[in-house]
Design a protein around this ligand. Structure first.
Ligand code: AQP
Length: 331
């Protein structure tokens, strides 16, 4: 690796990727790869913290990898791999468990939300999710973690772990910083705009998938929940319209102020189809490229194998250091 700073991030193959995953995270993965050493993972070990159907998980893992590439991640520039192919993630998670306080892990809002949603399966892995995420980040001596705002608390936990670990064993880990976009950090559900757009939402009208057909995208935007008055402005009491303005701004490369100016005096009848059309055009090349890549499983295998080999090499260096620091006998 060169002296460039290191970026790490991941996406769970817990379903099909949404516009929220793209605008909040993957779009930035692509922008960052020119200037940094970038490592992007498909985090299948995180995905099994809620029940997955094994065949679907295997398929979705390859789909996320294909979509990474279709969104512009270049396997020649960035390391792309599958988390479970690099066992050091689990090894480091174990060590970090012993440097994470039960109380601080209990404060994680994602755990509270997900355990309320999956009451029949509040497993220890779900509780430990943020520690595994800290291991993902720290294993590569990461400087910056591009994520949506929902993951900020987890990156903060990783920072607390670094402070504690380095306090006891100096100079072990690099302190990571979250990288959260100004617009798009939290794309909201189209059906319930006070909730985050999520790939595991039961309401199919709430999310746009990167693989949705144009007619489905148009239908979902036309049905998007907006607000009682028809002004097209960003405002705290207009979460539905504010969300659509952010999406349109990001899809067309404009500021939200420019979008407000473009639609001043117009109504939802003009605005909603315009947002739908902009998203159709944004996603069209991604969908086509993903479909092509999924026909070429050999190529995808070649990418994830090469990625895992590079990631394993870097991860081993950190693990050797960590094991030495905590006092394990050298193998
Ligand atoms: N709605 C969103 N707006 C902006 N960013 C988002 N991200 C997720 N949803 C939005 C960001 O996408 C990256 C990958 O997320 P993930 O799949 O690892 O986990 P998640 O945050 O739990 O995403 P989902 O879609 O809500 O998954 P499920 O439904 O399985 O829990 C992260 O950087 C995230 O911030």
């Amino acid at each position: 690796m060169s002296d460039k700073k290191t970026i790490f991030s991941g996406v769970q193959p817990s379903g099909k990727l949404t516009l929220g995953n793209y605008l909040g995270a993957i779009k930035n993965f692509q922008l960052l790869q020119e200037e940094y050493n970038c490592i992007y993972c498909v985090v299948d070990m995180h995905a099994i913290t809620v029940r997955q159907e094994p065949a679907a998980l295997r398929r979705q893992t390859l789909e996320v990898l294909a979509q990474y590439i279709a969104c512009g991640l270049d396997p020649e520039k960035s390391i792309l791999f599958v988390q479970s192919h690099v066992p050091a993630h689990a090894e480091l998670a174990w060590v970090l468990n012993c440097f994470t306080m039960f109380g601080e892990a209990s404060r994680m809002t994602q755990f509270k939300d997900k355990s309320a949603k999956h009451t029949d399966n509040v497993n220890v892995g779900l509780f430990d999710y943020p520690v595994l995420m800290a291991a993902d980040i720290l294993l590569y001596q990461t400087d910056m973690v591009p994520v949506g705002v929902d993951q900020r608390q987890h990156v903060e936990l990783a920072r607390n772990i670094v402070q504690r670990f380095n306090g006891i064993h100096p100079d072990t880990f690099v302190m990571p910083e979250p990288y959260i976009p100004k617009t798009g950090a939290k794309i909201m559900s189209l059906a319930d705009p006070v909730r985050k757009m999520s790939k595991s939402d039961e309401n199919q009208n709430g999310f746009i998938l990167l693989m949705d057909k144009p007619e489905d995208i148009m239908r979902k935007f036309k049905r998007a929940v907006t607000d009682s008055d028809s002004r097209i402005i960003v405002a705290d009491d207009k979460p539905g319209v504010s969300n659509l303005i952010s999406i349109y701004a990001l899809a067309t490369g404009q500021t939200t102020e420019a979008v407000e100016a473009e639609f001043a005096g117009k109504g939802y009848g003009d605005f909603k189809p315009a947002v739908g059309q902009a998203v159709v055009e944004l996603l069209r090349p991604i969908r086509t490229k993903t479909e092509d890549l999924l026909k070429n499983k050999d190529y995808l295998e070649q990418v994830y194998r090469a990625g895992a080999a590079k990631a394993s090499y870097l991860a081993r260096k950190t693990m050797d250091k960590v094991y030495r620091k905590v006092g394990f006998v050298k193998r």
